[in-house]
Design a protein. Structure first.
Length: 75
């Protein structure tokens, strides 16, 4: 795996963890502040790579987390 792919995956994991912890979607400004301090890709970069808007990417991640939570509750 190339470095940029690892960098992207690291950023997506951090975004997923942030959404899971806060139970909400961060704004681009909030994410970019975190990305700058913790060395993650910015909202623009994540959106570009995912070929979608940052807000849509966050919503997709949020929905996946909700599905996982429902599955865990059923067990």
């Amino acid at each position: 795996m190339a470095n940029y792919e690892q960098y992207y995956q690291k950023s997506i994991m951090a975004l997923t963890n942030l959404i899971r912890e806060t139970k909400g979607v961060p704004t681009e400004k909030e994410w970019n502040r975190l990305a700058g301090t913790d060395n993650y890709l910015t909202s623009q970069s994540l959106g570009f790579i995912a070929q979608t808007k940052f807000s849509e990417l966050c919503k997709k991640i949020y929905k996946e987390i909700q599905k996982q939570n429902k599955k865990e509750k059923v067990k």
